[in-house]
Design a protein around this ligand. Structure first.
Ligand code: PMP
Length: 408
């Protein structure tokens, strides 16, 4: 496991952790929203702009070829990080949201017809709800929703009963950004595949925290965002099985996605270029690859183990506070703790913690249907990274106790 000495060293890679907020040391517990960036990633961005900047794929000149190589090497890095069978199964997108929208449009065009059904779960982020609602409206489909129990675990019996001959796709999150629940996605995929139903897994909250192998999961589509795994904003990944990506049309036109263009007809490029219209974010892709190498160098298993200890510690300490209500109490949780204290509004807690240098998130966390189903208006959410420490959790608990005293 990562030791305290390891964490001290790793923290030095993240200069922002030295910032003072209102004169207090920053305690950054908003990693579920976005992670901080290590020097290695920042250096990679600078290096790429200083030494490798030219538009990719089209140029015969040296710099363009080098930039193209870097972008394509980044694709290979992502493929091996996810355990994809083929590098062309990796499509760079702007993030999770764009990747899901791409599948909702393109898969929807190829495979969905009036009367068909899409299954999501009650704990989805809006990014894994709204694109499917748009598809439902566009093509006359119905959205079906897997419920959960009071611990925040998906109701697998109900899930099974939702699958039928009209179900075209199941799209669920690997890890809930509100509850921290790690869903049994392998089982979800297996059950869907028994009925020849395809599955998309939203890995936005999973890849930074747990080992993911898309081949082992047998996921048809798997998506994540670079900025949540120590990479830059504006870059993300759609993994799709080659035969499926081949079978669905592109959703944007222009740039490298073409094979031949005439005014009468355009034919499309092969994978992965078919889905990367316009100038790709080739600086972002190489910086994301650097972030993935950084995570791999630490070891995702070690990260998972350490973050598990942090999350358990935070949970135990939070429960010292009178009126504490932890939302999401399953055993199998990732590095997220959502809570409410008595009748205190989460926003008030977040505001006062901020004045003490502590960054947490408050509100509906872009999961309004989940929050509504819980009969609450929002939560306070602390979400951890390997660079967080138990000392920070102690400071957070001390601050929270003061806040609760002030607001009670
Ligand atoms: N899905 C989940 C589970 C998330 O937590 C998030 C980000 N909060 C998203 C999707 C959307 O990610 P992005 O904004 O990077 O596209």
């Amino acid at each position: 496991m990562l030791t305290n000495d390891d964490i001290v060293l790793l923290r030095k890679d993240f200069p922002i952790l030295e910032e003072k907020i209102y004169g207090k040391p920053l305690i950054y517990f908003d990693n579920g929203a976005t992670t901080q960036k290590p020097l290695q990633v920042l250096a990679r961005i600078e290096y790429a702009y200083k030494h490798l900047n030219a538009n990719i794929h089209r140029g015969v000149h040296y710099l363009s070829q080098k930039a193209t190589e870097a972008h394509e090497d980044a694709r290979s890095t992502v493929a091996s990080f996810l355990g994809a069978a083929h590098r062309e199964e990796i499509i760079f997108t702007r993030g999770t949201t764009e990747a899901i929208n791409l599948v909702a449009f393109s898969f929807g065009e190829a495979f969905c017809n009036q009367g068909d059904e899409i299954v999501v779960s009650v704990m989805e982020h809006h990014s894994n709800i709204v694109p499917w609602q748009m598809l439902c409206e566009r093509k006359g489909l119905t959205l079906r929703v897997i419920p959960m129990n009071e611990k925040g675990e998906l109701d697998m019996q109900a899930y099974k009963s939702l699958l039928n001959s009209r179900t075209r796709l199941v799209s669920v999150t690997h890890v809930s950004n509100v509850l921290g629940t790690v869903n049994p996605v392998q089982e979800i995929i297996r059950l869907a595949h028994e009925q020849n139903i395809h599955v998309l897994i939203d890995g936005a909250q999973a890849v930074p925290h747990i080992k993911v192998d898309v081949k082992e999961l047998d996921a048809d589509f798997y998506v994540f965002s670079g900025h949540k795994i120590y990479g830059p904003t504006g870059i993300g990944v759609l993994y799709g099985k080659r035969e499926l990506l081949d079978a669905i049309p592109p959703c944007q036109g222009g740039g490298e996605m073409i094979d031949k263009v005439t005014f009468e007809k355009t034919t499309y490029n092969i994978l992965p270029f078919k889905f990367e219209a316009g100038t790709p974010d080739y600086i972002g892709s190489t910086a994301l690859a650097e972030a993935l190498r950084y995570v791999q160098a630490i070891g995702i298993e070690r990260i998972a183990e350490y973050e598990h200890v942090l999350t358990r510690y935070a949970t135990t300490r939070l429960l010292e506070i009178d009126g504490m209500h932890i939302i999401g109490t399953t055993e199998n949780k990732s590095a997220v703790v959502s809570f409410l204290v008595g009748e205190i509004h989460p926003y008030d807690i977040g505001m006062l913690l901020d004045k003490m240098g502590i960054a947490v998130r408050t509100g509906h966390h872009c999961a309004q249907p989940l929050i509504d189903s819980l009969g609450i208006t929002g939560t306070v959410r602390a979400s951890f990274s390997f660079y967080n420490t138990t000392d920070e959790i102690d400071s957070f608990i001390a601050a929270l106790k003061k806040v609760v005293l002030m607001l009670s």
